[in-house]
Design a protein around this ligand. Sequence first.
Ligand SMILES: *Cc1c(COP(=O)(O)O)cnc(C)c1O
Length: 404
Amino acid sequence: MNISDLVSAELRRLEETKTFKFETALQSAQDGVVRVNGKEVVMLASNNYLGMSNHPVVKKAAIDGIRKYGYGVASARFLCGTQTIHRQLEKKISQFVGSEDSILFSSSFAANIGFFAALANEKMGFESYKDVIYSDRLNHASIIDGQRLCRPEVTDKLIYEHANADHLEQLLDADKEKEYRLRVIATDGVFSMEGDMAPLSRLVELAKRYNAILFIDDAHGIGVVGRTGRGSAEHLGVLGKIDVLIGTLGKAIGGAAGGFISGSSEMVSYLRQKARTYVFSNSLPPSIVTATMAAFDLLAKDKTIVKRLHDHTAYFRNEIKGLGFKIIDGTHPIVPIMLGEASVAQEMSAALLKEGVYIKGLWFPVVPKGEARLRAQVSAALKRKDIDRALESFKKVGKRMGVI
Ligand SMILES: *Cc1c(COP(=O)(O)O)cnc(C)c1O
């Protein structure tokens, strides 16, 4: 079959099933208000939770980083791609999350791809062995893909019901006599479709009881939840009790690119030797490293940023409910506004863009049938008047469409 026939049929199928992803080009920087189609619109769809994507302090640090350390390092870390600033940032991240050490990756996708195969596929002197990974049903694509690199001959992969610690306990208990070399419990800290969190205190307890290591990917948690923005572990009172913590630098913390894994010094040393997305891939560019350090410093120094995010979130959740919209309750800035049918979500996000609000819809197969929704993401980059303007548009469009 020629490639054109092959892909055009699949593209048609995506369009027919309304799963084709359209890209709308912003004509401005990412911020609380952005320019689209020549119009200023309130942004409710970005992961720019702390408003650092276009923050003057962060931008200046990036430019200073280029001036002092250059544009790129043109090397993997172990060849000549480690600058003093890479180690400084790794120390800063470790201090922030309360771990012994941290290791940087080019993205958190790369971190997840590197992590699982580095452990489960390595014999480490064992003649024969078997590892097991227990995963939450709704885990992020990069956690799933990371595990796909683990060969089934040596790695059992089990799925537990979403955020269901009782189900996980049953699975762990059923396996407890088996002679696994390594047991891993893997979950997102915050789930991006619902804005809900993993039951971390139960998971910490189960990991201890069944001698498993606890892996949390807190991409939507770091910088976002917890009183000082330290993530799901802070919010749920288990800071420093996570064996393997993944975070991204591509969301709240600057929003450019990069990811990290934090944990014990030994595990981090080991990953520097074995994680293939670290060993065989380029080092993070200096501008991102210096800007990320500035972002962490800003977060530590200016306590009003996280507080503004949390206040805005509480305000938006309360007001949108007050208008008569049905949302999934919670505390996270991800606020799913439930609409039911996919066509309603599609029509409403298009109408809102015309009314000055940028928001994305999600529908089957991304979420279950009949649970189509708009996903609002609140940001500290917003001013109260931007939120009010968005709420006005929600009211107008919601009434017109008979949703409220
Ligand atoms: C966004 C996200 C990622 C990917 O992050 P990048 O750093 O952009 O690769 C990984 N895991 C989770 C849970 C995410 O939400």
